[in-house]
Design a protein around this ligand. Structure first.
Ligand SMILES: [Cu+2]
Length: 80
């Protein structure tokens, strides 16, 4: 996307729409799970809108699976 060119090569920012997150504990659980597949991933969670924005070198599928494994449902994923 234009305007976000400071990322290193290979790093991709993806926005996931996630169902079921409701509190700080959920944020911690999702973040921890993503960090298990990519310890250096940058994770931003927007509880109000059910969004998780991840900057990572991992594939969207791997990140989606990590969110699933934390116990939440990924409704959609798109480039952010
Ligand atoms: Cu919670």
């Amino acid at each position: 996307m234009a305007g976000s060119c400071k990322l290193n090569k290979g790093l991709v920012m993806t926005e996931f729409q996630v169902e079921g997150m409701s509190c700080q504990h959920c944020i911690a659980a999702v973040t921890r799970s993503i960090h298990e597949v990519d310890a250096t991933a940058e994770v931003q969670v927007d509880l109000e809108h059910g969004k998780v924005v991840v900057t990572s070198t991992e594939t969207i599928d791997a990140l989606k699976e990590a969110i699933d494994e934390a116990g939440y449902t990924v409704l959609s994923a798109k480039a952010a």
